[in-house]
Ligand binder design. Sequence first.
Ligand code: PAF
Length: 285
Amino acid sequence: METIRQVHMMQGRCEELRRRGKRIAFVPTMGYLHEGHLSLLREGRRRGDVLALSIFVNPIQFGAGEDFANYPRNLQRDKELAVAVGTDLLFLPEKEALYPGGFATHVEVSGLTEDLCGRSRPGHFRGVTTVVCKLFNIIHPHVALFGCKDFQQLAVIRRMARDLDMDIQVLGMPIVREADGLAMSSRNVYLAPQERVQALALIDSLRLARRLTVAGETAAAVIIDAVQQRILREPAARIDYVRICHQDTLREMDSITADSVLLLAVYVGTTRLIDNHILGEEIDP
Ligand code: PAF
């Protein structure tokens, strides 16, 4: 695996590979890799001749008082995992390389970003789209892979790529869960043992919603109420939002259709967890 830290070096290397007809698959991450990231890398390995990974904890997508300074990091382990799944190129920029003095340009997708996570994390998606746009410009991949756990992020990045005519296929990959159903996230390490148990309220409530839908319930309000009640049985849980939205537009829906996605953001202790389920699909595992 080749590690590159400089923007112009990465850009040059990727340009050269494209000129030689190589198909580049790209997985952007903030590191602290888990099985969810590895599933993206394995799929990228299948879809590209060259597999590129970026690790960059992007300061501009964290708000004041959020966990930028404490975000978990373990570069040595990340490198070993990246090599094990066949990564060819690791892009590891410093903050100054991506945001040099005088940096003043941001990318903002309106409409999809003000609500849901955007409401409780103002500026978050502007930071995400800015860094992903820069990474796309540097690497110019043929295909870029993202997890569906960050459902709103994926919708926002897809819209950015479409609106800005980026010739990049943006692929969303299924949520990877722990054996007991908790969606994998780098932030799960923040959970104390008791909170880890209570965090199962998220998958439990998604399964409950799925059962209600399969039984014929179509009223979003009924499903949301049942989900909220399940989550609030846990003393450490505090709901940020429970919403049923259209999976493309993220507009709120009153009645369930095949396009409805149930989106959750819940604090368990001080850790904010997100999860979701497209109500017409099976939940695995
Ligand atoms: O999902 C993430 O890890 C980040 O938001 C991303 C897409 C790597 C941008 O920093």
